[in-house]
Design a binder for this molecule. Structure first.
Ligand code: NDP
Length: 483
């Protein structure tokens, strides 16, 4: 067996056609390792192995699937610190967040272990006498999973766990920026007593391995998290093959701060939601829509909070904001800072590359004020530690600005008014609404997803995940009279 390199097919670790260096964004002199890049032939092998293994896995039954998922989840939780360190080293989030992410990934597995036991169906009376009807859920078949780098263990976990729980086989293409996290998760899955080929890892470039995977007729369902442009391409490929598809993409999550809000709490939640994970979360609060009566006081405290955040090496004690994930992402962020200024927004703090004792992609958290909702910085997902304040004259105006976006993943309101909170919950066009909470931060046992360009297809997580990872069969049985 070759050492784990990023490619695991049909129960074996394989060397790839080529290799890439995995670089620590907190310290670019730290090469974490070299990881294999799957070839087209290896991808085809993975798909064939998955096709062969899937019926065996379904036949293994619910107790077996429960036990395997429970073992994976328990190991992830027990090793959260060790694997969290890998996540922090290659993605750049502070260690507490890396550890928290791996623990959460474990919870997805233990939750779906129990869901494997709850694959209940329905019984119905037929309108025709002598016929019995039952409705059962069956696996979709071979599921392709394409995941991003920002949550390199939790996002694949919330896809792989339900896929396996409901009897599917998996071919996983992780982000090329975070192969070490993918290998760590795969090693835990690989040590389980499961049929070879049920789970396969094919690391490689999105435009080659990812594209070939989503365009393959050997795939029954595709679950993707990432950018809108890639998502559009995947949707087109899925339609061409009539493949079931589910996608979570970007957003421009608004947080309304009303004049009756608890100011300190609003600042704390806005700071956390805008800059946590270096702003590289699909749930980040990137549009802060603030009532004019509280605007100046809020902005003053927000800027002070942003300036006080400690930006540094992800594994250093006390770091609150790690580096941006890559050179490309950092350049894109700095371009957005320039674009904001060019459009007339006022930069009150941050938005600059920072030097630290190690060479990394550090950037100071940025706050723009005087922004309009039609500016690029308020329309496009930046995935950066940049947040934009928009002033509104009333709750109604704030809601209308919040809803004026092609996206609709999460949205929040800070208010002490029950009527505003209730109205917001009912009238905000988003998949998740938060009252007096940050826009980022969700539970693992309830659905997650959005509207508009943020999501496509059935929801992820919670018991709603069964919609995507199973297909329904309606059986009509005429048993006849006993002899
Ligand atoms: P991408 O959408 O490019 O990447 C997400 C995943 O898709 C990765 O595994 C990637 O592989 C893969 N991929 C890329 N191209 C294709 C393709 N043609 N067919 C199939 N799979 C493909 O996002 P990036 O990582 O490049 O980030 C770019 C921007 O996307 C960010 O700045 C951010 O705005 C947004 N984004 C949003 C996320 C979210 O959760 N909403 C998560 C990540 C990014 P590879 O890594 O090899 O390129």
């Amino acid at each position: 067996m070759t050492n784990p390199t990023g490619i695991y097919i049909d129960g074996r670790w394989l060397a790839g056609g080529s290799e890439i260096d995995n670089i620590n964004p907190s310290d670019i002199s730290d090469v974490i390792g070299r990881y294999g890049q799957a070839t087209g032939d290896q991808l085809d092998e993975a798909l064939a192995a998955a096709r062969k293994a899937q019926p065996l896995w379904w036949a293994a039954g619910v107790q077996k699937r429960h036990d395997v998922l429970m073992a994976i989840g328990n190991e992830l939780m027990a090793r959260a610190e060790e694997i969290g360190r890998i996540v922090s080293r290659e993605e750049g989030k502070p260690l507490a967040e890396g550890k928290g992410e791996v623990y959460r990934a474990g919870q997805f597995f233990t939750y779906f272990a129990a869901e494997a036991l709850r694959l209940h169906g329905d019984l119905a009376e037929s309108v025709r006498p002598g016929i019995e009807i039952d409705v059962r859920r069956e696996p979709v078949g071979v599921v392709a999973i394409v995941s991003p780098w920002n949550f390199p263990v939790a996002t694949p976990a919330w896809k792989i766990a339900p896929a396996l729980a409901f009897g599917n086989a998996v071919v996983w293409k992780p982000a090329n920026l975070t192969p070490a996290s993918a290998v760590a998760l795969t090693e835990i899955i690989a040590k389980q007593d499961i049929p070879a080929g049920v789970f396969n890892l094919v690391t490689g470039p999105g435009r080659a391995v990812g594209q070939r995977l989503v365009e393959s007729a050997g795939v029954d369902a595709i679950s993707f998290t990432g950018s809108v442009p890639v998502g559009r391409g995947i949707a087109a490929a899925a339609v061409a093959n009539m493949t079931k598809v589910q996608m979570e993409m970007g957003s421009k999550n608004p947080m309304l701060v009303m004049d009756d809000a608890d100011l300190e709490l609003a600042v704390a939640h806005a700071t956390n939601a805008a800059f946590g994970g270096t702003g590289q979360k699909c749930t980040a609060a990137s549009r802060l829509i603030v009532h004019e009566k509280i605007h100046d006081a809020f902005v003053e405290k927000l800027v002070a909070a942003a300036k006080a955040l400690k930006v540094g090496h992800a594994l250093e004690d006390g770091t609150q904001i790690g580096p941006v994930v890559s050179d490309t992402q950092l350049s894109q962020n700095l371009d957005y800072v320039q674009a904001g200024k060019a459009e007339g927004a006022e930069l009150l703090c941050g938005g600059e590359r920072l030097n630290r004792s190690t060479e990394g992609y550090f950037m100071s958290p940025a706050v723009f004020v005087g922004t309009r909702n039609d500016m690029r910085i308020n329309r496009e997902e930046m995935f950066a530690p940049i947040t934009c304040v928009i002033k509104a004259g009333s709750y109604a105006e704030a809601l209308s600005i919040a809803n004026d976006s092609e996206f609709g993943l999460t949205a929040g309101i800070m208010t002490r008014s029950l009527s505003r909170a209730s109205h917001f919950r009912a009238n905000m066009r988003a998949g998740c609404v938060m009252v007096n909470l940050p826009t980022a931060g969700t539970d693992y046992h309830v659905p997650f997803g959005g509207r508009g360009a943020s999501s496509f297809g059935p929801r992820e997580q919670g018991r709603y995940a069964a919609e995507f990872y199973t297909t329904v069969k309606t059986a009509y049985v005429a048993a006849g009279a006993p002899e």
